[in-house]
Design a protein around this ligand. Structure first.
Ligand code: B4P
Length: 196
């Protein structure tokens, strides 16, 4: 299996790039944001609970997202690998993911970290709000809160994987295709190594 994480602040393009990457590499896309939004759309108890956190720009509790990812991994046996998008977002989630993958005798090959300046992130979220219908995009105070939470709770995840030598930083400003090309090059070099 080849598993990797696309990492970065809110609005850095994780979802945008993931769509292209899964098409190219045939991996299973696991986006905790998408999974949560689907629970929300179906008005499940989990979705209604998650909404309270998402609408305030806060993270949904670890046990909820770890449970979702654990079920999703179990539901996809025998695949080529997973692309984790927007997960892990805390060190506790990263530790849980490592354990879940070890149980399946696999691991994270690389963490691709999209670097984008704050002003650009806010401007992208403002733009996305025009079409996304996402309540967490609607207000700049919430967007700034999400960036604050990212710096406090999620950036340590990059440090966690840096210690394991797994982080590669990729400039996340430029055209979508140009960034996709840089991400693909990083994956290609590692995929060929892991399959040799
Ligand atoms: P997510 O769904 O993960 O969303 P995101 O971080 O805001 O966006 P992403 O980086 O995917 O950006 P996108 O491609 O859309 O999280 C939403 C919420 O769910 C979180 O705030 C949290 O509450 C909760 N949640 C999710 N996972 C969780 C977890 N593990 N633990 C706890 N809570 C969790 O790109 C943004 C915009 O930029 C788009 O409009 C796009 O068109 C544009 N764009 C993309 N690339 C561009 C480029 N190169 N140039 C210009 N614009 C670009």
């Amino acid at each position: 299996m080849f598993n990797f994480i696309i990492f970065g602040p809110p609005g850095s393009g994780k979802g945008t790039q993931s769509e292209k990457l899964i098409e190219k590499y045939g991996l299973k896309h696991l986006s905790t944001g998408d999974l949560l939004r689907s629970e929300l759309a179906n008005q499940t108890p989990l979705g209604m609970e998650a909404r309270k956190f998402m609408d305030r720009g806060q993270l949904v509790p670890d046990e909820v997202v770890i449970g979702m990812i654990s079920s999703a991994i179990d539901a996809n046996p025998g695949i080529n690998g997973f692309l984790f998008d927007g997960f892990p977002r805390t060190t506790a989630q990263a530790e849980a993911l490592d354990k879940l993958l070890a149980l399946n005798k696999t691991e994270i090959a690389v963490v691709l970290f999209l670097k984008v300046p704050d002003d650009e992130l806010i401007s992208r979220m403002v733009n996305r709000a025009k079409t996304s219908g996402r309540s967490d995009d609607a207000d700049e105070t919430i967007q700034r809160k999400r960036l604050e939470v990212y710096k406090k709770d999620t950036l340590p995840v990059a440090e966690y994987y840096k210690k394991a030598g797994k982080v590669v930083e990729v400039e996340g400003v430029g055209t979508i295709d140009n960034i996709f090309g840089k991400l693909s090059a990083e994956i290609d070099s590692r995929m060929s190594e892991s399959y040799l």
